[in-house]
Design a protein around this ligand. Structure first.
Ligand code: FE2
Ligand code: FE2
Length: 372
């Protein structure tokens, strides 16, 4: 009897950890065939993503070495694409199937749509992942409560997020974890090049050091967003982060509208940055502009994106002096706690300096720290 391993995901883009996980799972469950199922999203939910066709093509390249079939079933179906509905169809098509999932998703069984239908349709292979190594409790529970048949894959995947690799590609880098075959298509078709002109322009306004910092803030922000499931829009995060310091080294007011009490102070560049992002980079989205506008001072009642950019800017990996690495560790563990620790540290540093604190920062401190 032929056994088929099924693995689904957005694959925006697929990377080498996906491939390594499938390879190990095929070996451990004795699968003869691999079927890759890219997630289909309606157009309004997939803005900023590669198209379904592009993701299918990249999957064919990425998983080609394992002889995979890439099945566009999610696009062909009309209606909901819950695993509980798609897997029985795949079973009719391919026979015995084993559904490969990451260790983290097993923790959230109760949030799945009709979990018992999933476990009825197929065996499960669970791949542990860095940070989610211990899945024995979750798998025991799935076995006893849902009658799940589970194989734990003997491979601990690295915690690689497609969104981080995507950010690197958009910045013009070549991430190691993108397979060569995938990289070739990306280059041939000019994928992920949409921000190259914007980035080139920004670079002309910044020293090498400041540009490197801007890129580090992008990576930190995208990483916080995916690790902590903050749910911020990828493109807004990317644009706010890359442009946050666009005015730092060009302080001319040019008649732009900035608070008069910020003129001549270091916080000017946040207000000017928002105005120049609009004027020079065509940014009109208010959320992005506000994330730039308050990235230095913070303020009371910040939006999720404002907090994300503020924290990523303070804790970007290019800052290696004490106590930043420690604050960064806190934020990697718990984002909200890291944000508050950062605000508290900044406020106290400014207070100790005794040169006055910009009113917005005082308000932020009262709002998030004193009244907490
Ligand atoms: Fe800044
Ligand atoms: Fe910055």
């Amino acid at each position: 009897m032929i056994k088929t391993l099924v693995f689904g995901g957005a694959f925006d883009p697929p990377h080498s950890e996906h491939v390594a996980m499938c390879k190990a799972a095929m070996r451990d469950v004795g699968a003869d065939r691999l079927v890759i199922v890219p997630t289909y999203l309606p157009p309004h939910k997939s803005a900023g993503m590669l198209t379904f066709e592009q993701r299918v093509q990249l999957c064919e390249a990425a998983f080609g070495e394992l002889g995979a079939v890439v099945d566009p079933i999610e696009r062909e179906r009309e209606g909901n694409n819950y695993s509980a509905l798609v897997l029985p169809e795949l079973k009719r098509k391919y026979g015995a199937i084993v559904y490969l999932i990451g260790g983290d998703s097993l923790q959230y069984i109760d949030t799945w749509y009709r979990p018992s239908d999933v476990f009825k349709a197929c065996e499960i292979a669970v791949a542990p992942r860095e940070g989610y190594e211990d899945i024995s409790a979750a798998s025991k529970r799935a076995e006893s409560e849902y009658g799940a048949r589970i194989t734990v894959v003997n491979y601990v995947g690295k915690d690689v997020a497609s969104s981080s690799l995507k950010a690197e590609l958009l910045l013009g880098e070549e991430p190691e974890r993108i397979p060569t075959s995938v990289m070739k298509i990306i280059e041939e078709q000019g994928l992920f090049e949409q921000y190259f002109p914007l980035i080139a322009k920004l670079k002309s306004y910044q020293s090498d050091e400041l540009f490197a910092h801007s890129k580090a803030v992008v990576k930190r922000a995208v990483d916080f967003n995916s690790k902590h499931h903050l749910g911020q829009d990828f493109e807004k995060t990317f644009l706010a982060a890359i442009l946050h310091d666009n005015a730092k080294q060009r302080p001319s007011l040019d008649g732009l509208d900035v608070p008069s009490d910020s003129i001549g102070s270091p916080v000017l560049h946040q207000f000017l940055g928002a105005e120049k992002a609009r004027r020079d980079f065509g940014i009109t989205d208010k959320e992005i502009l506000d994330a730039i506008r308050y990235h230095t001072t913070a303020r009371a009642g910040m939006s999720g994106l404002e907090k994300l950019i503020y924290t990523a800017d303070s804790l970007s990996d290019d800052r290696m002096y004490a106590p930043i690495p420690e604050l960064r560790r806190i934020a990697i563990r718990d984002f909200e706690e890291g944000f508050k620790a950062t605000l508290k540290f900044t406020y106290e540093k400014l207070a100790a300096r005794g040169k006055g604190i910009y009113p917005l920062t005082v308000e932020a401190y009262k709002f998030y720290i004193e009244n907490d």
